[in-house]
Write a protein that binds this ligand. Structure first.
Ligand code: CAO
Length: 558
């Protein structure tokens, strides 16, 4: 004996309607409790919705593109009568993929087993569409005489906030249509009547259970970060955990695509911002990505990559990645790359391949600056301010950007966008991976304020609590490995920025002062720049000026 149970969207906090962007199960699949059924996405986050019941999927009530909210029926599942559908047993919270954001279970109402019912002429009514009330019908997708399937979209309704398609609860032949475009409908409004013999379900009384949405790091866009939607819905802040930050322009133009499409695009090295989506509301589909790649491959080599207004880098003709069975040579362990590494890796790869990098290496004498820093730290010990070398570097870099504006720029096709603000990113090493918090308006802040802010941002970064805004808008990035070691390195530019400063560990260098060798504290500076925008001479001048400032900050006044 089995029962049909409706599995609904649980409480997903104060996220309102969200888009279904991925279906993870099909009719006929056998699913388990907690298994992810669909992925939903709002403008800032995505999450997988797990099943509250185990059994066989007999009907899907949503499809990609639908809007769902708490209570929307995802699917009907046939459960054996031994299944835990009437108990109040909480569903185990699925593992959050971000270790730092444990998810508390959320109480939801899940329907009790539905009662099977046979057809004849059946009324198809508007189901529970949450808070939608008296919403306007903007499209009628079926006509009298049509044969329709269960879950087939019948009408599209639209409120001031969202639109959604209403699917049919029954299969059969439409014998009467009760709504037309312009009508206002609510839960229970008769849409149409179908002649059917199909078996379907009746609305049951709710049963209390607990379901915790499975939260997964989210790609805000293919070039940026990984974020975990906080279920502290009072703040509704996503908690990014990774990598290279968005520019303000990129953030405004987030490509509209599901995580699977983004993943697919990343695998192919495709920049989604270059693609016009053909899906609903210009959503980019996997087919759009395929078409884009085909078009890029048909472009003759040397016909791209110079202006930032490019195709993928088609023309790159490289050997396949070697596939080697390493176990032939000794014991091995295979470990999947973290999602964050995959995201930042794809960005780094694109930036490295598409930007002609050159790194200018120089050094600065920071003997006096370090002595000053140590002195300040003693003076400010009670105030709790720690002056770091990074804070001085940020201040000095702002001065350099003012003197060399093309370093504070981004390529936009054949134009150079010169920024009149000074937001400086700094690479922070965290247990979850590399992130780049941004000190906004660093030109308007004192070294002490910058030191305090960088310490706060670095802590938030390590705790996985940076907001997207705290990683956006960067003009120039500093990657300081000085606390760890090294002499020089080649930092990869954080596109669409055009330069990045790598800082290595300072050391005592014997410098000839005309009479004798004198130990001078010297800091290595590695400036990588986009050679499409910046000439080698300009980069050398930037680094020389930076070194002069660090040697003697009074030069900033000149
Ligand atoms: N030379 C010598 N010592 C240095 C130094 C330098 N250039 N920079 C920092 N130090 C010292 C600091 O003074 C500090 O010493 P004390 O504890 O005695 O004061 C110690 O090294 C540790 O510094 P820190 O690196 O932790 O702190 P910071 O403020 O200088 O940097 C942050 C903060 C967030 C930049 C740093 O913690 C970090 O994450 N760095 C890694 C960045 C990174 O991964 N870059 C690579 C990106 S590409 O893969």
């Amino acid at each position: 004996m089995s029962q049909i149970v409706q599995v609904k969207v649980p409480d997903i906090g104060d996220l309102d309607e969200v888009d279904v962007i991925e279906m993870m199960v099909n009719v006929g699949d056998t699913i388990s409790v907690d298994q992810s059924l669909i992925t939903v996405e709002s403008d800032k986050a995505s999450m997988e919705i797990p099943s509250s019941h185990a059994g066989k999927v007999v009907a899907l009530n949503v499809k990609v593109g639908d809007k769902v909210r708490k209570g929307s029926v995802i699917l009907d599942v046939e459960v054996s009568d031994t299944a835990s559908v009437t108990t109040e047993k909480p569903v185990q919270a699925p593992e959050s993929k971000q270790e730092t954001s444990p998810v508390a279970p959320t109480a939801v109402s899940t329907p009790a087993p539905a009662v099977a019912q046979t057809g004849g002429i059946v009324d198809v009514v508007v189901p529970d569409i949450g808070d939608f009330d008296a919403v306007e019908v903007i499209e009628v997708m079926v006509a009298v005489g049509d044969t329709i399937k269960e879950e087939q979209s019948l009408i599209t309704v639209e409120s001031d906030k969202a639109s959604m398609e209403i699917p049919s609860s029954h299969a059969g032949k439409v014998v009467a249509l009760s709504v037309k475009v312009g009508d206002k409908i609510s839960k229970g409004t008769l849409i149409l009547q179908v002649e059917t013999n199909a078996v379907s379900t009746a609305a049951p009384a709710p049963v209390k259970t607990e379901v915790t949405p499975k939260v997964e790091p989210t790609v805000v866009n293919d070039t940026v970060v990984s974020a975990t939607p906080s279920l502290d819905t009072s703040t509704r802040r996503a908690s990014p955990t990774a990598a290279y930050a968005l520019s303000a322009a990129e953030f405004r133009n987030l490509p509209y695509a599901s995580p699977s499409v983004r993943r697919f695009a990343r695998e192919l090295g495709v920049d989604l911002t270059q693609i016009k989506g053909s899906g609903r509301k210009n959503r980019i589909t996997a087919d759009d990505v395929r078409a884009f790649v085909k078009a890029a491959l048909s472009v003759a080599p040397n016909n791209n990559v110079n202006t930032g207004n490019t195709n993928v880098g088609g023309g790159l003709s490289v050997l396949d990645w070697p596939k080697i069975d390493f176990s032939k040579f000794g014991p091995i362990e295979t470990k999947p790359l973290s999602r964050i590494k995959k995201i930042s890796g794809a960005n780094l790869h694109r930036n490295w391949v598409m930007i002609p990098h050159v790194t200018n290496n120089d050094e600065a004498d920071i003997t006096e600056l370090e002595a000053f820093r140590v002195k300040l730290n003693k003076e400010y010990e009670k105030a709790g301010v720690k002056f770091t070398m990074l804070a001085f570097l940020i201040k000095a870099v702002v001065q350099c950007l003012k003197k060399f504006p093309e370093f504070n720029a981004s390529l936009d096709g054949d134009n150079l966008v010169l920024k009149q603000f000074y937001h400086i990113g700094f690479a922070a090493d965290t247990p979850n991976g590399l992130v780049v918090p941004v000190v906004h308006d660093a030109d308007k802040k004192t070294v002490s304020e910058i030191a305090t802010e960088t310490a706060e941002l670095a802590k938030l970064a390590r705790d996985g609590k940076l907001s997207p805004a705290q990683m956006q808008g960067g003009c120039f990035t500093i990657s300081s490995l000085g606390g760890i070691g090294g002499t020089h390195f080649t930092p990869i530019i954080n596109a669409p920025e055009v330069a990045i400063l790598g800082v290595s560990r300072s050391y005592q260098k014997p410098v000839w002062n005309g009479h004798t060798f004198e130990p001078r504290l010297t800091i290595p500076l590695s400036l990588s720049y986009d050679h499409r925008v910046i000439d080698g001479a300009a980069a050398a001048r930037f680094n020389v000026y930076l070194a002069q400032l660090l040697s003697d900050f009074r030069r900033a006044l000149i």
